[in-house]
Ligand binder design. Structure first.
Ligand code: ADE
Length: 408
């Protein structure tokens, strides 16, 4: 069987992104993005390519760089370059190269910015003056929003930033079903091992953690959830999962999946308790959740035993296996979220960038939500693409609910 090219991978994704196609038509015909320079720091794979090409189609000049050193698909990057997108990033690039590519996005003086994880937006703020010509930015992830919200409170922002992550059409699907399916996909593809009957420990029960826990249960795992928020811990309990502290879970887990967005979730204290053969992986944005440095220090031997899997042999003989170097397992060990999920997320990105282009003068230099009508429109466009019809409120019902759109 021959392997597909980067171009074919992009075509496959594009054929399954009807919402993005619809939104692109509208944005293009408005002419609003014509001649605008858009800098995008994203995971460079086929679905992202579709967003970048949609922006180009709408008349924007697009510059792109990787948002993670280990998520880039080189064949997709090559295809994008052939198609005229200015893109830099290679799978497995060094942190210096990664950083240099982000700098290049800054010095291209973009009008609009799309970010995944907040590195690009943060860099503009570190460089002060170089962010002054930016009209606005969109951020894709929970991690990025957390960083930008902290910056907004601490020092203020240089330009408006739309919290695309927080839109309902994003987080309810991308974070939950997207991360849920793709994290398990990464584990299954890399290990070729069975999930059924294993103790799968999910550390963090936000929207992403919920998705991972539910999909692991769907594959027959006994799921254990570790949380620091009592409300979320109660949610996990009522969903039927076992809940316990991470140290306790360390003694019984077969597979550990960190998805907290925080640092130092699995450390030497946990590694010293784990069973021989335990698998460790991370589905959070940054590779700070599993202390790989501590794991490495504790190990007598560290070798690659299969593509994407390193074995750490402890001095007492136990073997712990780390997937994807502790970087996000869904992109380092698989292709990221399913296409249909990114169809919605990237449609929100495109519409939000379009909104910024048209409305930046009236927007505060703050972290702001995706406008409700854009959020709803993306959800409605997906239903339309699927041929699914839903009901609408009557005037009487709208009045009964107390407002023109029934939401007051
Ligand atoms: N593919 C492109 N961007 C992604 C993201 N933020 N998460 C998962 N898969 C992706």
């Amino acid at each position: 069987m021959s392997t597909s090219s980067g171009l074919q991978k992009i075509e496959w994704a594009r054929a399954h992104m009807p919402v993005l196609a619809e939104v692109t038509k509208e944005v293009t015909s408005s002419g609003e993005l014509k001649g605008r320079r858009v800098a995008a720091c994203l995971h460079l794979e086929a679905k992202t390519a579709c967003l970048l090409l949609a922006l180009s189609q709408a008349g924007a000049e697009v510059w792109a760089a990787a948002s993670n050193p280990l998520s880039t698909q080189d064949d997709v990057v090559d295809a994008l370059i052939k198609l005229g997108v200015k893109v830099s990033g290679r799978r497995g690039e060094s942190l210096d190269e990664y950083s240099r590519d982000i700098d290049a996005l800054i010095t291209c003086h973009p009008d609009l910015v799309i970010d995944d994880g907040g590195d690009l937006i943060m860099r503009f703020h570190e460089r002060g003056g170089q962010g002054l010509s930016v009209l606005g930015a969109c951020e894709e992830t929970t991690t990025g929003i957390t960083r930008i919200r902290a910056l907004d409170r601490r020092a203020g922002l240089l330009f408006p930033v739309i919290a695309v992550n927080d839109a309902r059409s994003k987080r309810l699907f991308d974070n939950r079903y997207g991360t849920g399916q793709s994290a398990l996909d990464g584990i299954l593809r890399t290990t070729n091992l069975l999930i059924a009957g294993k103790n799968v420990v999910v550390l963090g029960y936000g929207w992403c953690g919920k998705g991972v826990a539910v999909r692991a249960r769907g594959l027959g795992a006994c799921v254990i959830v570790c949380e620091v928020d009592p409300v979320k811990a109660n949610e996990a309990l009522m969903e039927g999962f076992r809940v316990m502290p991470a140290l306790e879970a360390s003694e019984v887990g077969d597979v550990f999946i960190t998805v907290t967005g925080c640092r130092d979730v699995l450390t030497a204290r946990h590694f010293s308790l784990m069973k021989d053969g335990a698998l460790l992986c991370n589905a959070g944005h940054f590779d700070v959740e599993i202390r790989v440095d501590e794991l490495s220090e504790m190990a007598a031997e560290r070798i690659t035993v299969r593509d994407g899997i390193e074995m750490f042999r402890m001095r007492d003989g136990r073997r712990l296996y780390l997937l994807g170097q502790g970087r996000l397992v869904n992109l380092a060990c698989a292709d990221g979220h399913p296409v249909e999920i990114m169809d919605m997320s990237f449609s929100l990105q495109l519409m939000s960038i379009w909104y910024l282009a048209g409305h930046h003068l009236e927007l505060p230099k703050r972290l702001i939500p995706v406008p409700e009508d854009i959020d709803t429109k993306v959800a409605a466009a997906r239903l339309a693409a699927l041929g699914v019809k839903i009901d609408t409120l009557t005037n009487e019902q709208r009045q009964y609910l107390g407002g023109p759109d029934g939401n007051d």
